[in-house]
Ligand binder design. Sequence first.
Ligand code: 9PG
Length: 475
Amino acid sequence: MKAPFPQAEIPLKAEGLEPVPGGYLLRGLEVLAFAPFEETQFFRHGWQSWSLAAWVDPKTPPKPLLPEARRPQADDPFLLEYPGWAGSGLGALKGEGEEVLLLGSLAPGARVFYGEGLLRGQALGEGQWFLGYGPEEEVFRSYARLLPRRLGGPPPRVWCSWYSFYRDISEARLLEVLEELKGLPLEVFQVDDGWQKALGDWEANERFPRGMAYLAQAIRAAGLRPGLWLAPFLVTEEAPLLRDHPDWVLRDPEGRPLPAGFNWGQPLYALDAGHPEVLDWVEGLIRKALAWGYGYLKLDFLYAAALPGAKGEERYRKALERIRRAAGEAYLLLSGAPILPSLGLADGLRVGPDVAPYWDNEDRSFWLADPTGPGLKNALRTSLHRLWLMENVHVDPDVVYFRSRFSLLFPEEMRLQEALAQITGFKATSDPPSWLTPEEALRLRRFLEETPPIERLGPYRFRVGEETLDYAPLL
Ligand code: 9PG
């Protein structure tokens, strides 16, 4: 079969071929599309928020990500074991010219493999695909338009506690910051990791003596919307949950708890999102956070609900539908979340790894071949390759730093992150105003107040207000 495009005919193997704006719909559990050029780059799309999305050299195979214990939280573990290049949900090829060949799934549970001169799509479930050929931006836009969307008003302006205090938060400390933020045009005050007793034990710890409802009340009194971080599907050995409900944990075929990564100095496990009691419990957790007064929920480490990878995406989507119903119109920012199965249900979606007050940690990014670690370089790279999702969801490129205190970032590096937030419109920071010099404070205020005109000049070049930014040299 051949798919005729204005610029070329694309030979392919599929069950059905039906024209749609910008390309064709294909059917089949396994479909092939042949590039009409000599490919020089493969668009590798990682599974979840933190997983690498980038154009890579298809002729140089990927290096194994180390240590193995971190693979479940870095990507679809299958993609990291696979010796060649492959991506989650979609893949694309580029040659020397302007044209891009894109194959993207329209249903959860799909992967796209690179083969010499071709893309091979493999679906575990439905086998519904979009095939596009043409200029990069147009092709990705045509694909995005076929995916589910949920776009309320403009993205929120958020203060988030993570990137300044990390887990070292307390009621007293947050109330201080709340006071400092008075007069800044923010909308959400989001309490991140550090308030809970344990992962899986979602009650206020001793540093929040008056409880989470009290804090929400104080946030509302300051004119802001209370936001709360939760990792609803994650458990560690310290949570009573594991002892009380050993059958709630996701297990491998041999019956051992499935490793879900390693963080906070301990192994992570996942709750089985296919277990009805787990779903009831998660729904109860969401309702509890809403009842405390939190109308903005940052739901994190969501990949845990979809392990071991593509096969779990259907289960994840069902669990997320349940969460969405329980949450009503609350704002759901999803993080560490499988990208495609979150569309249509998420309000906001983290599309890259965590930023950090430094550019790159080479020990991890280079020597351990892990592009998902915290750092501005990793965060910018993957977020930039997910801007096409702005058609479907609020794209969160993570917080912007304005401070020089406690930071190794250069002003030009911070500017790149600031401009990216202006491009997506999702504006967040973790800087407490008391950490800022007067100039930095002014810069933060302008960032929150102003909406500069944005023009895309190329895949990596943008005009933001009066300035032209080029991200290409960094990638
Ligand atoms: C709280 C943080 C913040 C942050 C989230 C998430 O091990 N890891 O791969 C890993 C990745 C990201 C991460 C933590 C661990 O950060 O993205 O904004 O909420 O959790 O713990």
